[in-house]
Design a protein around this ligand. Structure first.
Ligand code: B12
Ligand code: SF4
Length: 521
């Protein structure tokens, strides 16, 4: 029997504006996860096109897709990628009218029905964790079975869009096979996961993997690392976990095992974590295991913003984490956001002062982005907390250079100027002149964009984007997302988070218990 051909695709960028984002040195692990799960079932032929990593144009992507002649095309997209994803889906559908398109990822997870209404070039959507839903959909379409019972699926029937009940998240992450790295292009950096999920509830984050950290076994993580090193010889591995050290004892065990197996001699690695989940001992162990850098979300240094943010941090806790990292000899990156709810120039200056004080090895400042499903998007949609509105042009959602938000008392230009001030002060007030020169050189493209935005007083992002002529034609002109959809999306996703917490309490309470005990320490 002829195999059912499944193409998995990361859309090309319209243009490279932020190199680390639009021309990344790593391929999107999402595609490897989906392919790794699907290929366990017989009858599928799978191909991956990572158009962003490979820097393919829309035309080149289309050519490769047509050469494969897929029956189904699965596309992944964050919010800022949803329009390129819809555009490439349209190109493929035009060239291969029999091919079915499926969209998955964070954006559709937050606003499933709206996304299918807005972009008619997507036939189906997968909301939430995708592996099982996608495999069930592919199997059903392959054999002509009904799709009405597939959880997590969004689909169109005539003019109506239907959203099936939510797909439960996989509590046992070990039931997923190692991602299909062999189907991906070879890269210098690989993103792998030791867990999915994060206990916190930051106002600007969807936390779409849920508030329960669902961990893989250490043996499986080690197996994946050893396989990557042996087969692809990367220069670095990044742990893509939301909170790498959410279970500090387990992280210590993982680091011990990395040292025991000699992994630390072959590779350097990065991770992001939360300031609450590091201490001197763990950081020293990270150093021994050859960490390159640990990134921690500081977000703000203003006490009121910290209290209202949902991250469970305070200034002394943050300062301690950064000083312990210095003491242990571990490089620490600090992530900051300007534009929090009720932010003022004064609160931003508090953040800058705090940033200068904790002096992260790599400071990273961004402006707030109102991602669908988040509390910030809801507040902006309701014109509360100093926000006057949000953009529904998803191309605006470029965190560092765009923003998608408007404020009562702040202008984008002011925010960008403050960002420039922050970078200058943090390096110069700490007498890090060489670091500053290196930083400016490494991030020169971003720096040029920032300066242009400040001095030209215009939205350089849009001005610079060389969109194909028919780019916006993929949007359903009879449908317009409104502010109320953002409010509803927040309510919808909060319900999902609650339901999943309750289910975990019943089915795998030990996951929650380990989280609570850590928080109590
Ligand atoms: C690690 C990470 C990064 C890494 C690299 C990510 C990567 N692999 O490309 C770094 C640090 C580089 C990064 C950068 C950015 N990130 Co980031 N990142 C994450 C993080 C912590 C984990 C992502 C991950 O690897 N997940 C594991 C994979 C398997 O999950 P997944 O992609 O969601 O896929 C699952 C489902 O969504 C679904 N699915 C996804 N696609 C598809 C497709 C189909 C067809 C189907 C059926 C299903 C499906 O099934 C998958 C398997 O279950 C998430 C937070 C989080 N909670 O997940 C943020 C997150 C994804 N990042 C985010 C953002 C904004 C960014 C940046 C834009 C920030 C910036 N301006 O610099 C960039 C963009 C990078 C890019 N390549 O375009 C946002 C996205 C928000 C949004 N609504 O779009 C998130 C959600 C964090 C947040 N603040 O809310 N990121
Ligand atoms: S700690 Fe990080 S992953 Fe967790 S909710 Fe906050 S921003 Fe999201």
């Amino acid at each position: 029997m002829k195999p059912y051909k499944v193409l998995l695709l990361c859309p090309p960028p319209v243009e490279v504006i932020e190199p680390w984002v639009d021309a990344p040195p790593y391929a999107r692990n999402t595609l490897a996860f989906l392919a790794g799960y699907l290929r366990q079932f017989p009858g599928f032929k799978i191909k991956i096109i990572e158009a962003k990593f490979e820097q393919l144009s829309f035309d080149e992507t289309l050519k490769r897709a047509v050469a494969f002649q897929p029956d189904l095309v699965g596309i992944t997209a964050y919010t800022q990628e949803i329009k390129p994803a819809a555009y490439v889906a349209g190109l493929i559908k035009k060239a291969l009218p029999q091919a079915v398109t499926v969209i998955g990822g964070v954006h559709i997870t937050a606003i499933p029905r709206e996304t299918l209404f807005e972009f008619p070039t997507f036939d189906y959507g997968v909301a939430g964790e995708g592996e099982i839903t996608f495999a069930e959909l592919c199997s059903a379409l392959k054999s002509g079975e009904a799709i009405a019972e597939i959880k997590g699926l969004v689909y169109r029937n005539k003019q109506e869009v239907f959203l099936n009940p939510q797909r439960e998240r996989l509590l046992d992450q070990d039931s997923l096979p190692i991602p299909a790295w062999d189907l991906m292009p070879k890269a210098d950096i690989y993103f792998i996961h030791t867990e999915r999920g994060c206990p916190f509830n930051c106002v600007f984050c969807l936390n779409h993997n849920g508030r329960v950290a669902r961990k893989r076994s250490i043996d499986l993580v080690i197996e994946e690392m050893e396989m990557l090193i042996r087969d692809y010889n990367p220069s670095r591995i990044f742990f893509g976990d939301e909170l790498f050290s959410v279970d500090m004892k387990r992280t210590a065990m993982l680091l011990d095992k990395m040292i025991e197996r000699g992994i630390h001699k072959k590779i350097t690695w990065d991770a992001q974590t939360h300031v609450k989940y590091v201490n001197f001992d763990l950081l020293s162990k990270m150093r021994a295991a050859n960490v390159f850098r640990i990134d921690m979300g500081v977000e703000t240094g203003d006490d009121n913003r910290l209290r209202e943010m949902g991250k469970g941090t305070n200034a002394p806790m943050i300062a301690k984490a950064f000083s312990e990292a210095k003491r242990a000899g571990v490089k620490a990156g600090g992530l900051f956001i300007f534009g929090h709810p009720n932010e003022t120039v004064e609160s931003i200056r508090n953040t800058i002062r705090f940033a200068v004080k904790i002096n992260p090895d790599l400071p990273m400042f961004g402006t707030m982005t109102p991602y669908p499903g988040t509390e910030v998007a809801r507040l902006a949609a309701e014109g509360k907390a100093g926000y006057t509105g949000l953009s529904f042009d998803w191309d605006d959602y470029k965190m560092r250079l765009g923003s998608g938000l408007t404020y009562q008392h702040l202008t984008k230009r002011k925010l960008n100027l403050l960002m420039l001030e922050a970078y200058i002060k943090i390096y110069l007030f700490n007498h890090r002149y060489l670091d500053f020169a290196k930083f400016v050189w490494s991030y020169r493209f971003g720096a040029i964009q920032l300066l242009k935005k400040i001095f030209y007083k215009e939205d350089v992002l849009h001005e610079r984007m060389k969109k194909p002529l028919d780019y916006d034609a993929v949007i359903n002109s009879r449908y317009h997302i409104k502010a109320i959809n953002m409010v509803q999306s927040r309510e919808y996703f909060s319900e999902i988070q609650k339901a999943e917490m309750n289910r975990t309490k019943k089915e795998m309470p030990e996951l929650l218990l380990s989280q609570i005990s850590i928080e109590a320490e």
